[in-house]
Write a new protein. Structure first.
Length: 193
């Protein structure tokens, strides 16, 4: 224990700290280049279009009045029964619907390539899809319906907008079987909202 070094005191015995002879400057990446290199897609979109989400849009004033009247009727019935939980839940539901309606509709970018379908920021591969159906009745709803192999996933409904359905049907029939999909009650309610 005779050789204990006190690091708090500098003694003459400790050699001086050498400075580095050459320090290489650190080069920072240029601001115009991204810090992470993202490889570009090797597949090009065979079909691409923009469309607004499908659904009927009635005037906002009538929608607010109809939902408000429905809320008053439901709340009144349950308040008379001295149940306050249901009116509170109905108020939360009404608030969520009104906020969703206020958000408005935005155009969605849709692309189909050899790998699958891209809707906005989400990509779906043909390997995860079971079948498709193009519903393009004149004067009716124009949309592409995709059924997935996973039964827990709902049908994907993609608006066609001004896209010609014939080349879309030809391209998708190469990868998927075409099978008619019946619209469900949930789809009808979603279009109304």
């Amino acid at each position: 224990m005779s050789r204990i070094i006190d690091l708090r005191k500098r003694s003459e015995e400790t050699p001086p700290v050498r400075e580095a002879a050459s320090v290489l400057p650190v080069q920072e990446p240029a601001r115009s280049q991204p810090a992470v290199h993202i490889p570009e897609s090797t597949t090009q979109a065979l079909l691409a279009w923009q469309a607004l989400p499908t659904g009927a849009r009635t005037e906002r004033k009538y929608r607010i009045v109809s939902w408000g009247l429905l809320f008053v009727l439901i709340s009144g019935a349950f308040v008379l029964q001295r149940n306050m939980l249901v009116p509170i839940l109905a108020l939360l539901g009404l608030t969520a619907l009104l906020l969703q309606g206020k958000r408005g509709r935005q155009e969605v970018q849709i692309a189909v390539d050899e790998a699958g379908l891209t809707v906005g920021d989400r990509s779906y591969s043909f390997a995860s899809m079971k079948s498709f159906w193009v519903d393009a009745t004149p004067g009716g709803v124009r949309e592409l319906s995709i059924e997935f192999k996973n039964r827990l996933l709902p049908y994907l409904r993609v608006p066609l907008g001004k896209q010609d359905p014939v080349p879309l049907r030809i391209h998708l029939s190469v990868y998927l079987p075409e099978q008619e999909h019946e619209p469900s009650l949930v789809d009808a309610v979603a279009r109304f909202l």
